[in-house]
Design a protein around this ligand. Structure first.
Ligand code: BGC
Length: 407
């Protein structure tokens, strides 16, 4: 009896010591609530041996690296990203400016802003680098003598337009500097040969730019549009803004009233509120019309810059094919947006690198090949018979959806 009692005491003592050790070092209990899990491999790729090379590993604050995993317990890359966000190491910190307490706020003298002479001739990145020595690694800049009012992420969806990109950067960097902005240019490139998906690229960029600190303003920018005036504000006001009402290829007139493509500026809050862009628009067009529908659904007023200043030259490029399902998708854009968009984005990050003039995000859009279920889409459209719907820039009663199939 006495011996049993002693071993119980010893046991209790041992347990107490272990408990103290655990409290102090956190060694014994797998504390999932506060620590990230260690193994985050994608399992969609059949060739397991490729994991190490192909998948980007996110650096964490504790020095570890993890690859994205949306298959185990997460519905989408978004879910995974948001769960992991607090563990990510902030990148680009070396370039981020740290102001002294007494640094004054920047005051932009708008009278110094004038027309830009657009140069469409071919150039190369080395030349643009030489011309813009102020730009730091990753396409980052912040004025040294004053504290900028806005921290702006310029997001450029990209694939296979090297010539356009060099011309774009040649014009953008001097303009953003002149506007006394703290900014970083992100080029988000779609990897592989899958059809182009601009909406998904925007969602991916929205997430990945958060690893570079927080942003006051996101400017979504087509690579083939070159600003013609230094006075086009590359910052956000209280409304999502359509920055490119006067585009050269449209004869500098607004092609339709509700257009929200080309160049736009939004706060991250507005972007989140509408659940970002739809991931369902493959190939060219309509993802921006869908986005406009999302803003309308939330009663968010859109502003538009004045056409006399907000003029953009267009660079030539090969046309991409028009998406087939766009008409049907647009019809139900407003009832779809909460369930599909930023929150359902699925991607595989291939790499994020800081090159001299921009931060390069390369991602595989929807590696699971999320395809539209056309049958249920059609059923959904048919269920709206007789209701008022919006198709692109027009509003009308849906009576014969068949006629839109050709669009
Ligand atoms: C497309 C939009 C595009 C606009 C201007 C529309 O028909 O759906 O995506 O921005 O034309 O080119």
């Amino acid at each position: 009896m006495h011996r049993i009692h002693c071993s119980q005491v010893r046991c209790l003592l041992l347990l107490f010591v272990l408990f103290m050790l655990e409290c102090y070092f956190g060694l014994l209990v797998n504390n999932n609530a506060t620590k990230p899990r260690k193994i985050y491999y994608l399992t969609t790729d059949k060739n397991e041996s490729h994991h190490e090379q192909v998948y980007y590993k996110y650096p964490l604050i504790n020095g570890e690296k993890v690859a994205m995993d949306y298959n185990i317990g997460y519905n989408s890359s978004y879910d995974w990203f948001m769960a992991m966000k607090k563990f990510f190491k902030n990148i680009g910190e070396n370039e981020t400016v740290r102001y002294k307490k007494n640094t004054p706020n920047c005051k932009l003298d708008t009278t110094t802003l004038g027309p830009i002479k657009v140069l469409k001739n071919k150039t190369n990145l080395e030349y643009v680098e030489e011309q813009n020595p102020h730009v730091l690694l990753g396409g980052y800049y912040a004025p040294a003598h004053c504290r900028s009012t806005y921290r702006v992420a310029v997001i450029v969806p990209y694939r296979d337009r090297k010539d356009n990109l060099a011309i774009f950067l040649r014009h953008l960097h001097p303009l953003l500097k002149k506007q006394l902005l703290e900014y970083r240019i992100f080029v988000v490139e779609q990897h592989g040969t899958e059809k182009f998906n601009k909406g998904s690229l925007y969602n991916i960029a929205f997430l990945e730019t958060q690893r570079f600190g927080s942003w006051d303003c996101l400017v979504f920018h087509d690579v083939d549009l070159i600003p013609e005036h230094e006075g086009i504000p590359y910052s956000c006001n209280q409304h999502p803004t359509h920055m490119s009402p006067a585009v050269e290829s449209f004869g500098y007139v607004l092609p339709y009233k509700l257009i929200f493509g080309g160049v736009t500026a939004l706060t991250p809050q507005h972007y989140r509120l509408v659940n970002g862009y739809s991931n369902f628009y493959w190939n060219w067009g309509a993802e921006d019309d869908d986005f406009y529908g999302r803003l309308e659904s939330r009663n968010i007023t859109v502003s538009r810059y004045n056409s006399s200043i907000a003029r953009y030259a267009t660079l030539p490029h090969n046309c991409t094919k028009m998406g087939k399902e766009r008409a049907l998708l647009l019809m139900i854009s407003k009832i779809r947006y909460q369930k599909e968009g930023l929150s359902t984005t699925i991607y595989r990050l291939i790499n994020v690198t800081e090159v001299k003039l921009y931060t390069h995000i390369v991602a595989d859009v929807n590696p699971t090949k999320m395809k539209l279920d056309m049958k249920s889409l059609m059923q959904r459209v048919l269920s709206l018979y007789g209701q008022t719907i919006v198709y692109g820039h027009k509003e009308f009663v849906l009576s014969n959806p068949a006629k839109f199939e050709r669009i």
